[in-house]
Design a protein around this ligand. Structure first.
Ligand code: ATP
Ligand code: MG
Length: 369
């Protein structure tokens, strides 16, 4: 798939900007704070309906303006698409694909997918579980509409249950509503576990190959899915997973009420990355951490290709300059046949390494070189 054209109106520091892209490689350079990341962010919005940086759409509206609009022309699944997003203060977000209104994320994912990679991702391995969960969730949401729907539902239930646990000291009658929430969370949680277990299995195979190649065949990487303790087989059927999740909730009932927190469930899931038999989070060196993080991201892109049949567009935000020459070369070799957008600072001279279009961004204005 590829993004051929984008138009940004009052999006972040852009007033009105149209850009056409190369089907393979696009290098976006500019000094700090000129709008490079904002341009990639607009692409993420076109593929997921929301920003990767903020949950608040109003932050995306250019200061002192009433709303923003994004238009994209996309080629995917052997068809041409046009996508539009229209956001305004106090108005409902409008998203259309080929001029037909769509439900946010799921329908946009059926058109454009992105793999976004930024310097913070190079710490994915060392960060807390939340960062790895976000990585799994964002990959799966783009691949599986049913997962995206289940995750949204689970998050809604989780927020509601958290409010009940918080308020039940003043209103003990609320405790009676917990069993219903627990049941629905267990049923929805079982769907999450079903998809996560399969995705992590594929990720383990693909990331192991990528890591092995990038480390010159010296290191072996494996990934294990860590979920709720009572779930002894995450590949079990939905009914069994639901029963096991309920069992865990029952065991944590008093702890949840006394700590007033939602302690039990797949919202605590994690993946354990193991390098040569040792936990990467605890023992990996900086170089190993970066290589493993790189392997995870590129593996997710490969899985996408396997399932959907096309590479998602790859957005590399300032990431190449953070890698040593060997790893830079490795990433560039791995890009293969997909479309890529690479941002860099003026002095990086990356554009001399790459073939494709070069764009300069200055004060929210993009010019092709
Ligand atoms: P760096 O090289 O430092 O990463 P960048 O080119 O990626 O820089 P961006 O993150 O794209 O920079 O941000 C460019 C500018 O956009 C920032 O100076 C920021 O203040 C501005 N900006 C962010 N949100 C808005 C907004 N809603 N309205 C207007 N300007 C904004
Ligand atoms: Mg930036």
């Amino acid at each position: 798939m590829r993004l051929d054209y984008i138009k940004l109106e009052n999006f972040r520091n852009y007033v009105a900007q149209e850009v056409s892209f190369d089907p393979a490689c696009n290098v976006i350079c500019g000094e700090n704070a000129q709008g490079k990341t904002n341009l990639l962010e607009a692409m993420v919005c076109l593929s997921t309906g929301k920003s990767h940086r903020t949950r608040a759409d109003r932050e995306l509206i250019r200061f002192e303006e009433e709303g923003f609009r994004l238009d994209g022309r996309i080629r995917s699944r052997h068809r041409d698409f046009t996508s539009h997003i229209d956001v305004g203060f106090g108005k409902k977000k409008k998203i259309t694909v080929n001029d037909v209104p769509v439900r946010a994320a799921a329908d946009l994912s059926a058109v454009l997918n992105t793999t976004f990679f930024c310097p913070e991702d190079l710490q994915l391995i060392k960060e807390g579980a939340a960062a790895r969960r976000r990585f799994i969730d964002s990959s799966l949401c783009q691949l599986r509409p049913r997962y995206a729907a289940a995750l949204a539902e689970y998050q809604r239930l989780h927020e509601h249950k958290t409010r009940i646990l918080r308020d039940c000291v003043d209103r003990p009658d609320l405790i009676a509503t917990l069993p219903d929430f627990n049941l629905r969370m267990a049923e929805t949680g079982a769907i999450l576990i079903h998809y996560r277990a399969r995705f992590v299995k594929m990720l383990s195979v693909s990331a192991a190959a990528a890591h092995n190649e990038c480390s010159g065949g010296k290191e072996e990487l494996t990934i294990e899915y860590k979920t709720v303790k009572t779930v002894n087989d995450p590949f079990a059927d939905h009914k069994q997973l639901t029963v096991q999740l309920l069992e865990h909730q029952r065991a944590h009932h008093y702890a949840e009420v006394s700590s007033r927190q939602c302690l039990s469930g797949p919202h605590k899931d994690d993946i354990e990355v193991i390098l040569n038999g040792l936990s990467a989070r605890t023992y990996a060196s900086q170089g190993q951490t970066r290589t493993a993080a790189l392997a995870l991201k590129l593996a997710a892109r490969e899985i996408h290709k396997e399932i959907i049949g096309e590479y998602p567009i790859l957005l590399l935000d300032d990431v190449l300059s953070e890698l040593d020459p060997k790893r830079q070369e490795y990433v560039l070799n791995r890009i293969g046949s997909g479309q890529v957008f690479i941002t860099c600072c003026e002095e990086d001279r990356l554009h001399s390494l790459l073939k494709g279009n070069v764009y300069r961004v200055k004060g929210g204005v993009v010019t092709r070189q």
